[in-house]
Ligand binder design. Structure first.
Ligand code: AMP
Length: 416
């Protein structure tokens, strides 16, 4: 299947081609025809599946085909996202895919001046990507109007609810025309998301690209709190103590991969590696050796490890937690395949508590923490609660006399 065979206009097909998108990803192959046909869509798709192009490309196609016709302060397509980072990212995608098209797009989120956003809205926008709070501010100030709104996209709907946007979302929904297309994308489908979908969507096409959560639940997962500088030592200790056979180890950076491989080699432990700096043939060789059991330890970065299909892998070690929580599910999914029991252990230092909290929210579980005797961290990893919040220790009371000391010094200087 090609993008052209989906009936997309030439400028879009050419842009996608220039970006190196040869064939639609599974979510795109299903979503694009449905969005073109103005159907509602409910898609379980995580970051990395190509979901953004799955909605952006057909919407750009439709907006172009209908011609420019947007009135002052009106928007034709509204994309709601949970964070400013995602807002920028999604808007960048619209700009990249629609670069050759005569459409007006903009992005709006809080924490920055509202005026430039209001100025952009004056002439109307074909696409507005926004976070819910700032959108409501703009709406209250009559800077954005919805009578021309055709399509609402909810991207990462689960994260929007996790971040506590339920009330803002309800306020937005009630301001939108009832007759519209709604596209709901979510990595996970909790009861709350399903209830929301039930209220918002009419006869939606359901798309499920990779079944999530289910994979993770079969796998025994736990966290070992440890100081950052002792991770390599702890890894070698666990390797011996637990008599791990084959282990796939995830490290955050390419450099980190090599540092760990060298540290292991210095202790007589052979390990292979795959990361983006290695030529493809070397990566494949490392993978083959690992699959054949000739090398017991494979150290990898996330990018290099995407799509690795290794059967019966009993052990995954997160030497570093992933920056993007979804990658935890990709990583953990390397073990426990086809119903086999698997284990995933994460070596977590205090700096990584935010990443840990994000993973716990995404996978809707609290990961058990098991300290390893002799490796108890000096910098304790703060507790996280079920909402994914980091439980801060009460602050120490301030030293009471600092101010007096400063003024004493001031006085002495003044006397000189
Ligand atoms: P997303 O899941 O939307 O965050 O996209 C993940 C990554 O896949 C982005 O870097 C896109 O540029 C890329 N991508 C999306 N669709 C395709 C495609 N059909 N072919 C190749 N890469 C793609």
């Amino acid at each position: 299947m090609s993008f052209a065979s989906l009936g997309l206009i030439d400028p879009l097909v050419r842009t996608l081609d220039a970006l190196g998108y040869a064939t639609p990803t599974p979510v795109q192959a299903q979503a694009i025809p449905a969005v073109l046909a103005r159907r509602d869509v409910m898609a379980a798709a995580q970051t990395g599946t190509g979901k953004t192009a799955g909605f952006a490309v057909p919407l750009l196609h439709r907006l172009t085909m209908e011609g420019p016709q947007v009135a002052s302060n009106c928007v034709r397509v509204l994309v709601l996202v949970p964070t400013r980072e995602l807002a920028e990212q999604v808007h960048d995608s619209f700009k990249a895919y629609g670069g050759a098209l005569p459409l007006r797009t903009h992005v709006a989120y809080g924490g920055v001046s509202i005026n430039p956003q209001m100025m952009k809205l004056r002439k109307g926008l074909d696409v507005l990507v926004a976070t819910p709070g700032r959108l409501l501010d703009l709406h209250r100030q009559n800077a954005v109007r919805f009578e021309q709104l055709q399509t609402l996209v909810l991207d990462e709907a689960d994260r929007m609810l996790d971040l506590g946007f339920a009330r803002e979302l309800d306020a937005v929904f009630s301001a939108l025309p009832a007759k519209r297309q709604t596209l709901l994308f979510s990595a996970t489908f909790s009861d709350e998301i399903r209830a929301m979908a039930g209220r918002l969507l009419t006869d939606p096409l359901s798309i499920e690209v990779s079944p999530r959560n289910s994979t993770v639940q079969k796998i025994r997962q736990w966290v070992v709190p440890v100081d950052k500088k002792r991770k390599a030592e702890l890894f070698m200790h666990l390797l011996q103590k637990k008599r791990w056979g084959q282990v796939l180890v995830f490290v955050k950076t390419r450099k980190g991969v090599e540092v760990l491989v060298d540290a292991l080699a210095a202790h007589g432990v052979a390990a292979d590696s795959i990361h983006g700096d290695k030529p493809q043939p070397a990566r494949l060789r490392a993978l083959e050796r690992f699959k054949a059991g000739q090398c017991k330890i494979l150290v990898a970065t996330d990018v290099a490890a995407r799509g690795l299909d290794i059967d019966d892998l009993p052990q995954v070690v997160n030497f570093d937690l992933p920056i993007v929580a979804e990658d935890y599910i990709h990583r953990t999914g390397r073990t426990g395949r086809a119903g086999n029991a698997g284990e995933a252990v994460s070596l977590v230092c205090a700096d990584e508590v935010g990443l840990l909290a994000a993973i716990e929210v995404l996978t809707r579980q609290s990961l058990e923490r098991i300290e390893e005797a002799g490796f108890e961290p000096e910098h304790r990893v703060p507790a996280t609660n079920s909402a994914g919040h980091i439980v801060k220790k009460p602050k120490k009371p301030k030293k009471p006399r600092v101010k007096d000391e400063v003024s004493t010094i001031d006085v002495r200087f003044a006397r000189r």
